[in-house]
Design a protein around this ligand. Structure first.
Ligand code: FMN
Ligand SMILES: CCCCCCC(=O)C(=O)O
Length: 328
């Protein structure tokens, strides 16, 4: 079957995964209002195309941290890729290296950070981190990824507790026994009851606060990017605390139901703070590395075409002026 757009990959994933795994990937919290709003908000974006601007040559390249990437789309951190494909995150890392963009590796990967780095040695990677009650655990992860050449820490701050994902509860979703959160191999094994998703419950620290940013800065030389900011107040606090970046995100609507759509916050609440973050998920299920490569290529092609049809020859020519939100 020819895979033409991202929806094709989503349909393939739904047809080929077990119900519990599909439900986990597709989950939103509670009534899924925020998850659904994320998609609706993208559909409300309208572009104001400019014409007669010679778009015979178009260049999608841009830079992040001074490093050139092929286009302004990266892979958001997502857990448990081995549920979708036997090589899991290793396949994702290879494809991302091939397409020269950024892969934010999840703490809850089913391949270790070492395996991922070895599989794609020249890949551009950031590491997504949580703060654990046991700070040493976070600290050890930070030191491992620093040594492996990951280029930034993405601190996820919207999971003081896991959101209530109803289907996961109904399905009693958990990692099957042959899969492990490889970054923690040997760490939790003896203390692991009760569990949530196959991870020992209550390990994340819900008392995390702004002072922990100073703690994190004290143990790393890597840039820190906070993921999960949705308000101007918190964006300002992030700047005051000296972090290098923020990711405007509601965790795919999997945490607080009732929060705003990420893309709406990015454009309307936080203009000047945020750029659009694009996310890919279902592709790894479709032929692993090849599937991720195909999806990135489709996104790249669609981005290039939309850019040209809007009258932009390169990323620098895309301005806020190009974008408007239509009313519901
Ligand atoms: C299956 C799945 C697993 C995810 N795992 C993680 C994770 O391990 N760490 C994390 O910070 N975010 C995780 N996320 C959230 C994504 O990084 C991302 O925020 C979300 O899919 C897109 O929503 P946004 O545009 O509001 O960020 C996960 C999302 C999905 C769908
Ligand atoms: C015990 C917390 C599990 C979270 C798993 C990864 C994640 O962030 C998700 O949204 O799913």
């Amino acid at each position: 079957m020819a895979m033409v757009c991202l929806t094709d990959f989503e349909e393939y994933a739904k047809a080929h995964l077990s119900k519990a795994t599909w439900d986990y990937y597709a989950a939103g919290a509670d009534e899924c209002c925020t998850r659904d709003d994320n998609l609706l908000a993208y559909k409300r974006i309208r572009l104001r195309p400019r014409i007669l601007r010679d778009v015979s040559v178009s260049d999608t390249r841009t830079t992040v941290q001074g490093k050139e990437i092929s286009f302004p789309v990266g892979i958001a951190p997502t857990a448990f890729h081995c549920l979708a494909w036997h090589e899991g995150e290793v396949a994702t890392a290879r494809a991302t290296e091939g397409l020269n963009t950024c892969y934010i590796t999840s703490t809850y990967s089913t391949c270790s950070v070492e395996e991922i780095a070895a599989a794609a040695p020249s890949g551009y990677r950031w590491f997504q981190l949580y703060v654990y009650r046991e700070r040493k655990l976070s600290e050890q992860l930070v030191h491992r990824v620093e040594a492996l050449g990951y280029k930034a820490l993405v601190l996820t701050v919207d999971v003081p507790y896991t959101g209530k994902r109803r289907n996961d509860i109904r399905n009693q979703f958990r990692l099957p026994p042959h899969l492990k959160v490889k970054n923690f191999e040997g760490v939790f094994e003896e203390t692991s009851v009760p569990e949530e998703y196959g991870i020992p419950a209550n390990t994340l620290d819900p008392s995390i606060s702004w002072k922990d940013i100073y703690w994190l800065q004290s143990i790393t030389r890597l840039p820190i990017i906070i993921k999960g900011i949705l308000t101007k107040e918190d964006a300002e606090l992030a700047v005051e605390h000296g972090v290098q970046g923020i990711i405007v995100s509601n965790h795919g609507g999997r945490q607080l139901d009732g929060g705003p759509a990420s893309v709406h916050s990015g454009f309307c609440t936080l203009p000047g703070y945020s750029d659009r973050q694009a996310v890919i998920i279902s592709c790894v299920i479709y032929q692993g590395e090849e599937g991720v490569r195909e999806v990135l290529q489709i996104l790249n092609d669609e981005f290039r075409l939309s850019m040209a049809l809007s009258g932009c020859r390169n990323v620098a020519e895309i301005s806020r002026n190009l974008v408007q939100f239509s009313k519901l």
